[in-house]
Design a protein around this ligand. Structure first.
Ligand code: PLP
Length: 409
């Protein structure tokens, strides 16, 4: 007879090598604690969220209601309904400058751009491959590359240039095992935007070395000065290029879960096959909503302009408060809705990173939730989101300054 302890040991969960590198999100501790504080009756200001605090515009919601009534309730083609893929094709071809225009067969619609990014990493990378990740960057890139059993290689950006990387830094981090690079402009968590010359230099290095480029352009429509360039405007040949975009951020549609890739035909076909065995199609009604979102430009442009205008006001208000405390460093944000703050000037536990210590203090003593920079491989920083009402952003920033002064003095 087996002893109970032996039985327990035999039944213990032994993770497969598929998830050997998978880490729990560094944001979980803060968000769990913020929830607990709220449940205890504290008024926590949440500057941690990565989604617009606006409702999906009415023209999109109405289109979705009409689609449900018209029967959009069944499976669709795995890669997405043709009208949506055609609409995405037109959108992207409006940017593309090469002589090989995109066709709907190269577009795959997924459950959010997160799935599109995962699909791309899973198809293109594997054991022994290294993938360059300009750092800081969105936390999921590292995990997705790891889930493909490839090696994520953080390439730390230049603090004097918005924490961005350049072609030289990438070349220095590359090895013969380098297989690809993840680009994200405007960037989560910094809001920094790569200009055309910077992008061109990176794209030409990637082309020369034969790397895959995965360009995540989910924040492209949310900018505050110049327009953000798409890689499609800068390339001719796109045989090693995957463009990822979606409706979540620009159209305030995070919960609808629609994103897409534009990829060479063979890759798109493989992606469809992968998706056919994992999630099948993205929700039918969401696809119709996304179709309305991107095709009705007359309604879309004012809705985007309104939302971006609000973000702009909040960004400026937040920066004005921050200017009162020059010891907090900040990446000048060109787009997205984040502020990335360097809090290394405060005293902190070096092991945990100043950002983690600061985020805990800010939450416990000042009721403001932010994301520690450790989530983005930059432990001395914190990320704030200004996708929250203006008064909350301003109050939250005042508390950030107060908390910093307590810890720095
Ligand atoms: N890419 C970046 C850089 C993001 O910040 C996010 C969401 O926060 C996503 C992709 C995922 O967006 P989606 O809602 O389309 O899956």
């Amino acid at each position: 007879m087996l002893l109970v302890t032996e039985m327990t040991a035999r039944r213990a969960f032994v993770p497969s090598p598929n998830i050997a590198q998978l880490k729990e999100s560094a944001t979980i501790a803060v968000s769990t604690r913020a929830k607990a504080l709220r449940a205890a009756g504290r008024q926590v200001i949440d500057l941690g969220a990565g989604e617009p605090d606006f409702d999906t515009p009415e023209y999109i919601r109405r289109a979705a209601q009409r689609a449900i009534d018209a029967g959009a309730t069944r499976y669709t083609a795995t890669e997405g309904i043709l009208p949506l893929r055609e609409a995405i094709t037109s959108l992207v071809n409006a940017d593309y400058r090469g002589d090989d225009p995109i066709t709907p067969g190269e577009v795959v619609v997924s459950n959010g751009s997160k799935q599109s990014l995962f699909n791309a990493c899973f198809l293109l990378f594997g054991p022994g491959d290294e993938v360059l990740i300009p750092t800081p960057s969105w936390t999921s890139y590292y995990e997705m590359v790891g889930l493909a059993r490839a090696e994520p290689v953080p390439v730390h950006g230049d603090p004097a240039n918005g924490l961005k990387v350049d072609a030289e830094m990438l070349a220095a981090a590359a090895t013969p095992a380098t297989k690809g690079i993840m680009l994200n402009s405007p960037c989560n968590p910094t809001g920094a935007m790569y200009d055309r010359a910077e992008l061109e230099a990176i794209l030409s290095l990637a082309d020369e070395r034969g790397w895959w480029v995965i360009s995540d352009e989910i924040y492209r429509r949310i900018t505050y000065g110049s327009v953000s360039a798409s890689v499609m405007e800068l390339v001719g040949a796109r045989d090693r290029l995957i463009l990822v975009d979606g409706v979540a951020k620009a159209y305030a549609m995070t919960g609808w879960r629609i994103g897409w890739t534009v990829a060479p035909r063979q890759v798109a076909r493989a992606m469809g096959a992968l998706q056919s065995h994992t999630t099948s199609n993205a929700a039918a009604v969401s696809q119709h909503a996304a179709l309305a979102a991107i095709t009705n430009r007359e309604a879309a442009e004012p809705a985007i302009a309104h939302m971006v205008g609000e973000f702009h006001r909040r960004r400026d208000a937040a920066l004005a408060v921050l200017a009162e405390e020059p010891r907090i460093g900040v990446v000048p944000p060109d787009g997205a809705f984040y502020l990335f703050l360097d809090v290394s000037a405060m005293k902190g536990d070096a092991r945990e990173g100043a950002g983690t210590v600061f985020a805990q203090h800010l939450l416990e003593r000042h009721d403001v939730a932010v994301v520690p920079g450790a989530a983005f491989y930059t432990p001395n920083w914190v990320r704030l989101s200004y996708a929250a009402p203006l008064e909350q952003v301003v109050t939250g920033m005042r508390r950030v300054v107060a908390a910093f002064r307590e810890m720095a003095s």
